[in-house]
Design a protein around this ligand. Sequence first.
Ligand SMILES: *[C@@H]1O[C@H](CO)[C@@H](O)[C@H](O)[C@H]1NC(C)=O
Ligand SMILES: *[C@@H]1O[C@H](CO)[C@@H](O)[C@H](O)[C@H]1NC(C)=O
Length: 318
Amino acid sequence: MLFFFLHSVLYKWLNIRSSSNCRNSKRVSMSTSPNTTVILYLISLIILSCTKFVIATNFYRDFNIWWGNGRGSIHDNGKLLMLSLDEYSGSGIQSYREYLFSKIDMQIKLIQGNSAGTVTTFYLASEGDNRDEIDIEFLGNLSGNPYTLHTNMYIKGSGSREQQIHLWFDPTTSFHTYTIIWNPFMIVIYVDGTPIRVFKNWESRGVPYMKELPMRIYASLWNADQWATRGGAIKTNWTEAPFRTWFRNYKARGCLWKNEESCSKAIKHDWYKQKQLDLRNLEMLKWVQRNYMIYNYCNDFNRFPHGLPPECSLDTPT
Ligand SMILES: *[C@@H]1O[C@H](CO)[C@@H](O)[C@H](O)[C@H]1NC(C)=O
Ligand SMILES: *[C@@H]1O[C@H](CO)[C@@H](O)[C@H](O)[C@H]1NC(C)=O
């Protein structure tokens, strides 16, 4: 009886682990013999060899509401997060864990109605002065005017790699999925599965890349009416506060910092191995760039009179 119980527990466990792609789990499950000591031994082996790769899905367990003094709240057993902003403060969360390479999905429903002056963010950042950062920022707008999705890449404290798009849907009426993939070869940002930005590792051509500093996951809502909406011309209308943004179905997969080496060897996921977009995704990226892009630093010759950053000529999809 006990054996069957343990066996089924182990079996479930192995299934879960193999979905997180620990290298040995399949082999182990085949060699499982009807003997509890063997099973327990194997369980401990698996725990030892697989704890470095994590799948995290719960706001309660994985995040600290690190500012906003009660303006952020978690609901629905950790599945739903609300961030709010009023005249006195915004709010934000920070993940407890630090990752070195990860794939993160977040569903977000942005402020409805007049969101001018506000910024909602979802990003990865390391700590300290010379930070690495992969930024997604949603710049609010007057009712009926489109949100701007703004992205940027900071490497060792240096950014100036902004791109902006409008979305092909209204992001305030329902949840949409925003995904960051960060692997050793490239960063891809997706909106509902459509890639909107790729930043490749061009270290071989002298462009720096984010691969040394571990990053935490952040989300926040704050006031940036000095610059956010039409370059700061439109200010936040506080009679409509508090403003609220909703987050749900968060899912992070990745290597925990300090265990990176053993972890990355175990990762067999496509997102981790992927070196470039396939043709279909490349077509989708081009569709976004053709139809929805409103700013690209790589086209801003006035801003870079001495020549565009080197990745601009390397990254251009053909
Ligand atoms: C706001 O709406 C205007 C007019 O449609 C648009 O040009 C602008 O990109 C929108 N977004 C922001 C953040 O200003
Ligand atoms: C701010 O919002 C209120 C309520 O919607 C509106 O009556 C007022 O005209 C707005 N103020 C500005 C400066 O647009």
